[in-house]
Design a protein. Structure first.
Length: 495
């Protein structure tokens, strides 16, 4: 380590955010531009270079965190970029969007604030692009084998890049008009500006990966025909089948799924629309669901000028500290976290009746009621105990002109016909069934990412993409030198 006493002498400092009232007036990333680089060297110096670095195990990519922390502390950015990209195709994505399970596994986090691993990762990635450390890496020769990747989210893009670099001819099929999957139309620009995505896509094009947009496999092109055309197929369509809320009043106008709402706001940022037809401007908004998608809806509604925004979380408000009995180190703990969107809502007091920031905890939706025109006007809820049982006498209502359901996803959507045409088997929870080599029961067809794993984190999606690429390479050539950081049955560390 560069400074053996860095973790004792240097306090944790995170990338500062822009003032709330400034950033809610635009869709730019919430962080102060240029403010990370001056602080990141001493922050990297806080790494203890542990003999057994649990951050490796907490990260499914197996990122070489102590190594690139030390290199950043010594200002060796090229070497740091090499070590980072050795295990992660898209660190500029994960450095912005991943909730950093690696920091929960940091040994320093046993009794001190963890190293700012996520910020260091982001700084390396951005510096690598600025300094030209990430040129395209086309293969030296082609294998003569062809692969179709269905889906251009993080799993599909990681698989495509790895297979292209291995010498295979890869075509990525995306049903939307632009590439990126949920990173394009699900993640708001204030969390990750799309220029980061465009830059990486240009790198992939230069390496030889081909892209086919506005092409839904199973609808626009036959799935069986695609299978016959390519030597292997990777299904990485994500888990886009959203969960429903079966309560009275669900059919009222204005009760929408989060993934019906967020893409429209992103299309405004892309220049496709002047105003979202589902804009929250002037509306009383209630978001049902306490996860990241709900927080994305919260930040979006605030920027659209909602009259009020409240987020309902069925779980009790977590504590500020890790519960060592239920979630001991180095597992990822459920603690009270203040995202940028929650900070904004709390500062602007978008939900005066909320428990904290904009959230009502331990709250369950009972029903919706509307006006004579069939538009939602109120959401009725009750408090619940830890077993989600209603507590008598706690019923109340909230004004609601727009209700957004952010309840998660169960598996891949079957509407396009891809799954049924190929005859793929689904698990009881709705995900694709696959074997230990990521292969489905259809020869030459593999499954990766949330479509097979279920809803998960971006860092797991990238790891899945890298691992399935190794499996496909081995299927096509008999062996593979591509890294496989995880297996299809691996799961996050838990008690």
């Amino acid at each position: 380590m560069a400074d053996p006493k860095g973790f004792m002498n240097t306090p944790r400092r995170e990338w500062p955010r822009r003032p709330v009232r400034e950033r809610v007036g635009d869709w730019d990333e919430v962080y102060v531009p240029g403010a990370l680089l001056p602080i990141i060297g001493p922050q990297a110096d806080r790494c203890m270079d542990c003999g057994v670095p649990f951050c490796h195990d907490a990260c499914p990519l197996g990122n070489l965190i102590p190594e690139w922390n030390d290199l950043v502390a010594r200002a060796d950015w090229r070497a740091a970029s090499d070590r980072l990209h050795a295990t992660n195709n898209f660190p500029e994505f994960t450095g912005r969007l991943c909730p950093a399970p690696c920091e929960a596994g940091c040994v320093l986090a046993i009794n001190q604030p963890a190293v700012t691993i996520k910020n260091v990762e982001c700084a390396i990635a951005d510096r690598a692009w600025e300094e030209g450390f990430t040129p395209p890496r086309p293969p030296d020769r082609l294998s003569g084998r062809t692969v179709a990747v269905i889906g251009s989210g993080p799993a599909g893009l990681a698989a495509a890049q790895q297979l292209t670099r291995a010498g295979h001819t890869v075509a990525v099929y995306e049903k939307d008009d632009r590439l990126g999957g949920l990173m394009r139309y699900g993640i708001p620009a204030f969390k990750m500006e799309k220029r980061h995505l465009e830059r990486r896509l240009e790198q992939m094009r230069a390496e030889g990966t081909r892209f086919r947009t506005s092409t839904a496999v199973g609808r626009d092109v036959g799935a069986a025909r695609l299978r016959a055309r390519y030597d292997a197929v990777v299904i990485a369509t994500g888990a886009t089948a959203w969960r429903e809320l079966d309560v009275p009043g669900r059919a009222l106008t204005g009760v929408q799924q989060a993934m019906e709402y967020l893409p429209l706001a992103n299309r405004v940022c892309e220049g496709d629309l002047e105003v979202s037809p589902m804009s929250a401007e002037g509306c009383h908004v209630v978001i049902v669901g306490g996860g990241d998608t709900g927080a994305d809806c919260l930040g979006t509604a605030v920027r659209e000028g909602a009259a009020s925004v409240t987020q309902l979380d069925i779980y009790a408000q977590p504590g500020a500290e890790r519960d060592e009995d239920r979630e001991p180190w180095p597992t990822y703990p459920k603690v009270y976290r203040l995202s940028a969107a929650h900070e904004e809502a709390g500062t602007l007091r978008t939900a005066p009746a909320a428990d904290a920031d904009a959230r009502l905890f331990a709250a369950s939706t009972l029903r919706f009621t509307g006006d004579e025109q069939g538009h939602v006007r109120e959401l009725h809820l009750t408090e619940v105990d830890e077993r989600r049982r209603p507590l008598p006498g706690t019923g109340r209502s909230l004004p609601a002109d727009l209700v957004l359901l952010a309840l998660g996803f169960s598996g891949p959507d079957r509407a396009d016909g891809l799954i049924d045409e190929l005859g793929l088997e689904l698990a009881p929870r709705g995900t694709l069934v696959r074997g230990p080599d990521f292969a489905t029961d259809v020869p030459g067809v593999f499954a990766a990412g949330d479509a097979a794993r279920g809803q998960s984190l971006i860092v797991w999606a990238v790891a899945e993409g890298r691992a399935v690429a190794a499996a496909v390479d081995r299927y096509l050539t008999g062996s593979s030198r591509l890294p496989a950081p995880i297996g299809p049955y691996d799961r996050p560390m838990a008690v």
